[in-house]
Design a protein around this ligand. Structure first.
Ligand SMILES: Nc1ncnc2c1ncn2[C@@H]1O[C@H](COP(=O)(O)OP(=O)(O)OP(=O)(O)O)[C@@H](O)[C@H]1O
Ligand SMILES: [Mg+2]
Length: 229
């Protein structure tokens, strides 16, 4: 698949069949944050993404976008998104990560409602830290709204976790792609059970920052060499 097509499939909020939310799952230190920030930076250079905004939430307070402003509350996020294509959000209080993330999701839906021509992409990195992110877990209403109702509202979510099994099962049928890097071999069992896909060969290929996009709509696996840093 051509790079531009891939970026559109992964990030464009055009309401099409591929514009559901996505998940990125791979072990700790496998290059998730680095890959995601590189792909989003490339997307913002494309004409198709001229009207689109990206919000990147980092529970670990990492900013992989050197030129993006960092905000810590909803009001500043809304203001900052007017002039910036990418804005980074840090929740401040570990006791209430869930509340802060819900607040940001609602702010993004509000913005999408009043800016019909603008698409909003919202990444929640390390979302496995949030309550409800487990196979049988129930994430918050706002997280589920992002995963389920975003497409028709011009909003797309991307949930980054360490294991495929961290994704709440009720979310799985609402994802259009999976972004994968080095994974635990036992994740294959889960992929087979939940997505009906065999990742045995794929997992052994995903070494040394190699990555893959699984198109869950067409049930196709695309493999890629490591991005150059
Ligand atoms: N394509 C690559 N080539 C070489 N080094 C890379 C590549 N991608 C990531 N790295 C390096 O690997 C380390 C881990 O990367 P990164 O923080 O992106 O991983 P992660 O999966 O997000 O980790 P965590 O699970 O802790 O959030 C960093 O030092 C990064 O510079
Ligand atoms: Mg990371």
């Amino acid at each position: 698949m051509k790079q531009d097509d891939l970026l559109r499939r992964l990030f464009l909020c055009d309401g099409g069949p591929h514009s559901l939310s996505s998940a990125m799952s791979a072990r700790s230190g496998s290059g998730k944050t680095t890959l995601l920030s590189s792909l989003i930076s490339q997307a913002t250079k494309m004409e198709d993404f001229k009207e689109q905004r990206f919000v990147y939430c980092s529970l670990k307070h990492e900013n992989p976008f050197p030129d993006a402003p960092v905000v810590t509350d909803r009001a500043t996020l809304k203001k900052t998104l007017r002039k910036n294509r990418i804005v980074v959000f840090y929740p401040l209080n570990p006791e209430q990560y869930e509340r802060d993330i819900d607040d940001i999701i609602e702010a993004v839906f509000d913005l999408a409602h009043v800016n019909e021509d603008t698409g909003f992409h919202l990444t929640i990195d390390d979302s496995n830290i949030l309550k409800g992110f487990s196979n049988t877990g129930r994430p918050s209403g706002s997280v589920m709204k992002l995963a389920i109702a975003g497409r028709s509202k011009g909003v797309r979510g991307l949930f980054i976790t360490h294991r495929l099994g961290n994704l709440p099962r009720i979310m799985n049928s609402n994802l259009s792609s999976l972004l994968l890097l080095s994974m635990n071999a036992s994740d294959n069992e889960y992929a087979q059970k939940v997505f009906g896909l065999d990742f045995t060969d794929l997992i052994s290929d995903l070494t040394a920052f190699r990555w893959s996009v699984v198109d869950l709509i067409e049930e196709k696996i695309h493999r890629f060499d490591p991005i150059a840093l």
